[in-house]
Design a protein around this ligand. Structure first.
Ligand SMILES: NC(=O)c1ccc[n+]([C@@H]2O[C@H](COP(=O)([O-])OP(=O)(O)OC[C@H]3O[C@@H](n4cnc5c(N)ncnc54)[C@H](O)[C@@H]3O)[C@@H](O)[C@H]2O)c1
Length: 363
């Protein structure tokens, strides 16, 4: 028996009232590719206003302003930091989106806390919050002291097939989960003018972070980890572009994650953001999910669920809506930055395992 379901989009409801003084957004690092391609269209689909954008690069800023205008909106675009901080104080937005390059997160957010103090607005920050869990913990503590809410843009959790997979795992349909495989393989070279080419931790902190986050979201924190990170030569990057990570959860579950940005054979690709694989093997069934399809087969039945919703840009709206709603309802959220520190701690344990060549217990 085959059951099919299809989703074209997650329900993102333009929320009544946000255009009347709620859901007013500022964006820092507004010229970022990801902001122009994914954040701006997603905010506008949610019906919120992007009243203020900041980027020190005037040309990038112009591209961001044009992207807002393409959606029928208007915005105030500022490239001078002091003028931006003054405008931010006057505007008092519901949320500020932070999309500056990852290596600048700690300095940018610390500067914001120093200069704005308790006037700092609530923040929705791109992953990773900081360059390691120690720096992230410091930022979370400062935000807490200032009473500033800081949430994370963990959009993988809003890919419909991965949400379905989590539901299947948690419903018990599959029985006891034994093994999970995650595969993200393809060619993803960088150029020398990309900041990613110069950071110390590349594939773990910029890419695997999504897949490790999904595993933790589905199965909880791992007890132990073992990893190998490699820089396959031939590409301009300074850091890792290939990783094999193994994680143990509870007593019996083992997850293996392969992240490969060096595969030149196109026939072998299963590449983010549309092609990565999740395979869950359990006592009563197997689940296989990509960002567009999920199949569950038990002894005798097969369920198939397909989604035409692309990870970029559609899934980005999920954390935006969640952040705005959590703020409006003054409730906690599972994308609060406190939990993100635990994710970065797991990534740090993985890197420690690779450098010490041993299994590391996650504490
Ligand atoms: N799926 C995802 O969740 C996803 C995908 C891509 C990128 N990202 C994250 O988004 C962030 C941005 O990545 P990108 O590739 O789009 O970046 P990018 O290099 O395209 O853009 C960064 C922008 O920040 C601006 N900037 C630099 N310094 C600044 C400062 N001090 N203050 C304000 N703006 C500053 C730059 O001028 C540039 O316009 C990173 O943290 C990255 O990890 C997340």
């Amino acid at each position: 028996m085959t059951k099919r379901a299809q989703a074209n989009a997650i329900e993102l409801q333009p929320s009544v009232g946000w255009g009347q003084g709620r859901g007013r957004i500022a964006i820092a690092g507004a010229g970022a590719r990801i902001v122009v391609d994914a954040h701006i269209p997603s905010y506008r689909r949610l019906g919120v206003d992007i009243d203020l954008i900041f980027d020190p690069d005037p040309e990038r800023l112009r591209l961001a302003a044009a992207a807002v205008e393409r959606t029928g909106g208007t915005t105030r675009a500022i490239y001078d930091r002091e003028a931006f901080l003054t405008a931010l104080r006057d505007m008092n937005p519901d949320l500020m989106d932070v999309a500056v390059p990852s290596p600048m997160h700690t300095a940018f957010l610390s500067g914001l806390f120093d200069d704005l103090g308790k006037d700092c607005p609530s923040l929705l920050v791109q992953k990773p919050l900081a360059e390691d869990s120690v720096a992230a913990r410091g930022l979370v503590a400062r935000a807490h002291d200032l009473d500033v809410r800081m949430l994370m843009q963990m959009n993988g959790r809003w890919v419909p097939t991965f949400r379905e997979l989590r539901d299947a795992v948690r419903s018990g349909t599959l029985g006891d989960i034994q093994v999970v495989e995650v595969l993200n393989r393809g060619l993803n070279p960088k150029t020398s003018d990309d900041w990613r080419s110069h950071i110390d931790r590349l594939i773990g902190y910029e890419m695997a972070i999504h897949h490790v986050d999904l595993l933790i979201w589905m199965f909880g924190l791992p007890d132990w980890v073992f990893a190998v990170y490699r820089r396959v030569p031939g590409f301009v990057v300074k850091a890792d572009n290939f990783a094999v990570m193994t994680m143990g959860f509870d007593e019996s579950l083992v997850a293996n994650v392969v992240e490969d940005w060096t595969c030149r054979v196109k026939d072998a690709w299963h590449l983010h953001p549309s092609g990565e694989h999740f395979i869950v093997s359990a006592t009563r069934g197997t689940a296989f999910a990509t960002p567009h399809e999920q199949t569950i087969t038990t002894d005798g039945e097969t369920w198939r669920y397909t989604s035409e919703m692309p990870w970029f840009p559609d899934a980005f709206g999920g954390p935006m809506e969640e952040a705005l709603t959590a703020l409006r309802e003054s409730r906690a959220s599972d994308i609060d930055s406190t939990d993100h520190v635990a994710l970065l701690n797991v990534l740090d344990c993985l890197y420690r395992s690779a450098s010490e060549r041993k299994v590391v217990t996650v504490t």
